[in-house]
Design a protein. Structure first.
Length: 533
């Protein structure tokens, strides 16, 4: 029978198992899809028709059990609905009020009327003691009244024992009811019920119900009161918290966080706080090298500018920006045809002036000889000037280096003006670093400090540097102010090129790690507070 019963329960359907000389008929009791039990009988019948008839009779009998269970379930559901509707009706009075005090007073009075109580009191815990905040049918009451003091002590008694207190006490209960008995004796309450309520993990307050005569608090009434207190206390607690002052909210939040740290559970929060505290202590005493970071640009230590020596035309271009050149390499040439023609012109003029000078000397004409001699000297000067200009038609590199700027390949035959910049050349073995130091860090930078440079194009190599000069002029860029600081590289490399950018860090001394990480925020906070106050 046990085996057949287990199979019927597992399959949730009637079963017939016939084994000579006995048979077992089993039928589960199901109500609304929920299994409530099983009925199994042992039969001596062996015919299948007889076993099916017995199963049918067994199912009819189980139908009576199912009807009984459905009736009981319906009664329980009806009681639950009635209790829920009554609870919502009672709490609706508190929801209709805007303020905490008026909501508590309305709820206490409504509960007293609906539950046939002589008095209903509501209390909240403040500084470890319960203070009565509302009493039914009493809009105003003083805290020094004996009644209020007695109700508060009864609430404290229930809160201390964390139990529902019902007076008179049943024989099987072992609760201390001295304060409840004093309340009943002094103010004529034959039956007293106190139900504590909690908000989160802390006990927040209690409700006290008082009746006189033979109207005792039966279990159904106690259960209804528990439901009302559970819902009504949440409503009142929400209104009370919303009416707190800002200082009280901050105090309550701090106390809540402190309870989580020193109370049970919340292991993760405690672990995180401990780690943060240890890190703060460590970094407050540990020190390290304070380094000022700044954007840096690499420039040549010398930057020679090659300009057009005279007005002319571009004849040819051999190099452009980015080319590495040796000393004396021709970068470009200017057209010299006009200069040569001019030179030939003055050569012919000089010959004429020289012949006129000789004739004047032969005729002993001193005035004419002086004039022609001056004209000869003028022609010589013009010829020397043209020779000098012809020697400058080739734009040559003054030293070995790299062409930083200039490209005349697309300008062949175009005119150039005297003094126009054609090329810029920088050496490859001498560089300087230009740092853009933020104005908040400029006081930590001084000439002679060491540092390091990491370039974007060569991130795996760090170059040492030394600060040489600080320019006391700020440059505004992207909403910030920067100071120009110059530094020299301690060593060079063939991979370096003018114009490379990166990040430089200047060693500004040994400081506390906590100061290194927070000094910018602290300085910003000081300046902001100073601007406000």
């Amino acid at each position: 029978m046990a085996e057949v019963a287990d199979n019927a329960l597992a399959q949730r359907r009637p079963l017939i198992v016939s084994k000579h000389p006995h048979a077992v008929v089993a039928s589960p009791v199901l109500v609304g899809g929920h299994l409530h039990g099983l009925v199994a009988v042992e039969s001596s019948a062996q015919q299948e028709s007889e076993l099916r008839q017995q199963l049918q009779q067994l199912r009819w009998g189980c139908g009576g059990l199912e009807a009984l269970l459905r009736r009981e379930q319906s009664l329980d559901e009806q009681k639950t609905r009635e209790r829920l509707m009554a609870t919502l009706d009672m709490v609706a009075s508190a929801l209709a009020e805007d303020g905490f005090q008026s909501a508590a007073q309305a709820l206490a009075t409504d509960l007293a009327i609906r539950l046939d109580c002589d008095r209903v009191s509501i209390g909240f815990v403040r500084e470890r003691n319960t203070h009565v905040v509302a009493v039914s049918h009493s809009a105003e009451f003083g805290e020094r009244m004996n009644l209020i003091r007695a109700i508060g002590m009864a609430m404290d008694e229930a809160l201390d024992q964390r139990s529902i207190m019902v007076l008179p006490v049943r024989d099987d209960e072992t609760l201390v009811t001295r304060d409840h008995a004093a309340l009943a004796r002094q103010f004529g309450s034959d039956h007293v019920l106190t139900i504590p309520f909690t908000a989160g993990e802390l006990t927040t307050g209690a409700f006290t119900f008082e009746r006189s005569g033979d109207q005792a608090f039966d279990p159904a009434t106690v259960e209804l009161c528990q439901a009302v207190v559970a819902l009504g206390s949440r409503v009142l607690e929400g209104k009370r918290l919303n009416e707190r002052l800002l200082a009280a909210r901050i105090k309550d939040a701090a106390q809540g966080e402190l309870r989580k740290f020193i109370g049970p559970r919340h292991f993760g929060r405690k672990l995180a706080a401990s780690v943060a505290m240890l890190l703060a202590v460590f970094f407050s005493f540990a020190s390290g090298e304070h380094r000022v970071a700044a954007n840096a640009t690499l420039e040549g230590a010398v930057r020679r500018v090659l300009v057009a020596p005279f007005d002319g035309y571009v004849a040819s271009a051999m190099h452009r920006a980015g080319d590495v050149v040796a000393a004396g390499d021709v970068l470009a040439t200017l057209d010299d045809r006009d200069l040569r023609l001019e030179y030939y012109k003055w050569t012919s003029q000089r010959s004429q002036y020289a012949k006129q000078y000789q004739e004047a000397v032969a005729q002993h004409d001193r005035a004419q000889s002086s004039i022609t001699l001056s004209q000869v000297q003028q022609a010589d000067a013009q010829m020397n000037l043209l020779v000098e200009q012809l020697s400058r038609t080739q734009i040559a590199a003054p030293f070995a280096g790299i062409v930083v700027s200039g490209d005349l390949h697309q300008s062949l035959g175009s005119t150039v003006r005297r003094g126009q910049v054609l090329f810029e050349v920088a050496p490859l073995n001498a560089y300087r670093v230009i740092l853009e130091v933020d104005e908040s860090d400029i006081t930590s930078v001084a000439a002679g400090q060491a540092g390091s440079l990491a370039l974007t194009s060569i991130p795996g190599e760090v170059f040492p540097l030394a600060v040489t000069q600080i320019t006391p002029v700020a440059v505004a860029r992207e909403g910030r102010s920067y100071f120009r600081v110059e530094a020299m590289l301690a060593r060079s490399s063939d991979r370096l090129r003018p114009g490379m950018e990166g990040v430089a860090k200047v060693e500004a001394g040994n400081r506390k790690l906590i100061w290194i990480w927070t000094h910018k925020f602290v300085d910003w906070l000081r300046l902001t507070l100073w601007s406000w106050f």
